[in-house]
Design a protein around this ligand. Structure first.
Ligand code: BGC
Ligand code: ZN
Length: 373
């Protein structure tokens, strides 16, 4: 079957290759974990989303091949249909729609209790990213443990299950950590970045009743600003109003969700967060940029303001479930909005060069995904 892969370490090495079709007996990542006998699920791939992580992997800034392989199959945002299940799988049947999580457990205590998303091992195993092959293929097999059902009513949003899990986890982490304040009830949020993560976070924070300001560079109206508005948020172009000016005008935010992919913005956000506030960092910045910040001022204001920084990566099975619930809730409250994130379908794995071109050079491509089947 067809697979889209890169040679990690070699920039712009994305290519198509032929790999064996997996069966229920295949062990997809024997160097990391074994699927227990009878617990395999074989999935036909319907759609795979790609994001900045895939771009950075193709630029050789990030990612590693599985041991013994000189290539890494891309794709970590999965959506597919169950074809066949092992004899001990009761939770899925052929025809079910599913998404599959990204991380596989290492050996730390966190991994052993199902929290591979917060592994304390330096090495982490992620399908399509680090040390495990991904989903940009025609079929994949994995452990039922890592599959999450997508309701049929959400079929058109299934490919957003993984990004939604990342947002759901990050927001949940911030709320959990803010229990330290006993009566925290955030009113105002700034979401920095209006890519898929920024927009999904905008939706999720609106669902939680916050007054949300979504900030990105380009002045609206355009698709991103319209989606933010349709979620009931205010879109702000940072070319017109800086984050600092906005905070002066509307008040300092109780919560900031940073998703620009720019470490300078991540640090600048520290200057505007309100008292007792939480700043969430989600950008994975593969480069080498250095940032100058007003250290004394930030340090003092953070100490005197009891502020919190929460960094969050990945989502495990439970976060996928939370994310899917929010996608459903969002669909009910803001009908027809979330699907507008899905701007750029690519037809078939054969068009992988077009997929990369959109990802690298089309500024208007909010979400690129491949219709595999
Ligand atoms: C993925 C996460 C992953 C992270 C770090 C993101 O693009 O969506 O699942 O943990 O990259 O590799
Ligand atoms: Zn991703």
């Amino acid at each position: 079957m067809k697979a889209i892969a890169v040679r990690p370490g070699t920039p712009h090495s994305v290519h198509q290759r032929d790999v064996p079709v997996p069966t229920l007996e295949t062990q997809p990542h024997p160097h990391v974990c074994q699927i227990p006998s009878g617990r395999s699920v074989l999935v036909k791939v319907l759609q795979i989303g790609v994001d900045a992580t895939d771009r950075e992997i193709d630029e050789a800034l990030y990612g590693n091949a599985p041991p013994g392989h000189d290539y890494l199959i891309l794709g970590h945002e999965s959506f597919g249909q169950v074809v066949e299940v092992g004899r001990l799988v009761t939770e899925f049947k052929s025809g079910d729609l599913v998404s599959c999580t990204v991380r596989r457990p290492g050996s730390s205590l966190f991994d052993q209790i199902g929290r591979n998303d917060i592994t304390s091992q330096n090495e982490y195993y992620e399908r399509g990213i680090n040390l495990c092959h991904g989903y940009l293929t025609e079929y994949f097999v994995d452990d039922a443990e890592y599959m999450v059902k997508v309701p049929r009513e959400l079929k058109h949003l299934g490919v957003l299950a993984e990004p939604a899990s990342v947002c759901a986890k990050a927001i949940e982490q911030a709320y959990l950590a803010q229990h330290r304040l006993q009566v925290w009830s955030p009113k105002r949020a700034f979401v920095l970045g209006a890519g898929q993560i920024g927009l999904l976070a905008t939706m999720m924070l609106r669902l939680r009743g916050l007054d949300v300001f979504t900030l990105a560079r380009a002045p609206g109206p355009h698709r991103k600003s319209e989606i933010a508005h349709a979620y009931g948020a205010t879109y702000v172009s940072t070319q017109e109003t800086t984050m600092h000016d906005l905070a002066k005008r509307v008040g300092a935010p109780d919560l900031i969700f940073e998703a620009t992919g720019n470490s300078q913005v991540a640090f600048q956000a520290m200057e505007v967060l309100g008292l007792n506030g939480a700043l969430i960092w989600t950008s994975v910045t593969g480069g080498q940029a250095e940032v100058v910040v007003p250290g004394d001022k930030i340090n003092m204001n953070w100490v005197l303001g009891n502020k919190l920084l929460v960094a969050s990566v990945n989502g495990n099975r439970r976060h996928f479930e939370l994310g899917i619930k929010d996608l459903a809730h969002g669909q009910a409250l803001f009908p027809g909005v979330t699907e507008q994130i899905l701007t750029n379908p690519v037809q078939g794995l054969d068009n992988f060069q077009e997929m990369m071109r959109l990802l690298v050079s089309d500024k208007n491509a909010l979400k690129v995904y491949v219709n595999v089947a």
